[in-house]
Design a binder for this molecule. Structure first.
Ligand SMILES: Nc1ncnc2c1ncn2[C@@H]1O[C@H](COP(=O)(O)OP(=O)(O)OP(=O)(O)O)[C@@H](O)[C@H]1O
Length: 258
């Protein structure tokens, strides 16, 4: 079966630095990939290239039949790729709903014509969006759904992460890229968030996820397959148990301690 995402020879150079070095990475429909590697190995750059923040220097990127190489962030979002960021990008003084609605902007008709002339349609779009935001947040925590019009900054760290994930999910992506969702959270919060994601995955079995994470427990729990980067090159691909046992990975990433 052909993969959902297929990257081949994907290369990103910043001047003399090759941050992604001819990467071949594919992700199947419904598959969860754990993407790991030392600091600076290219994980976030991979996400930035996939989502159109950076224009890749060479290679090919396909999402099923669509050629996404060097497309704009909007086009890539509309094709079905969504992400979260390592550092929170929530607008803390804006409501949960406003934050989540940003994730659906590419799919809404926000033209002046629509707002002024086609008011009925515009209102319908908005109320559908409220329904979707409510349903999504309820899956993660009913308290968020019940307080959709409270500022995002009034929520705990784990709820803010949940809101960010809901923002990525509201546009109904086919591929979700999660950049270190556990950053800044306690072990308990991380475990809870992973429980949420595992439950969510059951409900959306077709959603493919690439998860960048330094917490190896998280990678072990959630990944169907793992990929390790080092200096922008793929040095390992396979199941978690094989990753832990791999000599090159131990040297480059695990400090030979496993
Ligand atoms: N905009 C940029 N301009 C120049 N160099 C960059 C840029 N973005 C990333 N790099 C470089 O590309 C390399 C890969 O960085 P990247 O942030 O992708 O690594 P990472 O694996 O995500 O690291 P971390 O685990 O610390 O988040 C690093 O050497 C980094 O300094």
């Amino acid at each position: 079966m052909s993969p959902l995402l297929a990257c081949s020879g994907l290369t990103m150079r910043f001047g003399g630095l090759t941050a992604l070095d001819a990467l071949d990475i594919s992700v199947g429909k419904g598959e969860t990939i754990g993407l790991v590697g030392p600091n600076g190995s290219g994980k976030t750059t991979f996400f930035n290239v996939l989502t159109g923040l950076y224009k890749p220097s060479a290679g090919a990127v396909r999402l099923e039949a669509q050629d996404l190489f060097a497309r704009s962030a909007q086009e890539i979002g509309r094709a079905g790729v969504a992400r979260t960021f390592q550092r929170s990008r929530l607008m803390l003084d804006q409501t949960v709903f406003d934050n989540i609605a940003l994730g659906a902007l590419g799919r809404l008709d926000l033209s002046l014509l629509s707002a002024l002339v086609l008011r009925g349609r515009f209102r319908r779009q908005l109320s559908e969006l409220v329904e979707r935001a409510t349903a999504l947040t309820r899956r993660f925590n009913p308290q968020i759904a019940a307080n959709l019009f409270k500022p995002a900054g009034s929520f705990t760290m784990i709820d803010r992460r949940r809101i960010e994930i809901c923002r990525a999910l509201v546009g109904a992506p086919r591929l979700l890229l999660l950049d270190e969702p556990s950053a800044g959270m306690t072990h308990d919060e991380t475990r809870q968030l992973m429980d949420d994601l595992l439950a969510f995955r059951e409900e959306m079995p077709d959603l493919a996820i690439v998860l960048v994470e330094h917490e190896m427990d998280v990678i072990r729990r959630i990944s169907d397959r793992c990929i390790v980067l080092n200096f922008g090159k793929k040095i390992f691909e396979g199941p978690f148990d094989a990753l832990i046992a791999d000599r090159e990975v131990q040297t480059a990433y695990l400090g030979g301690a496993q």
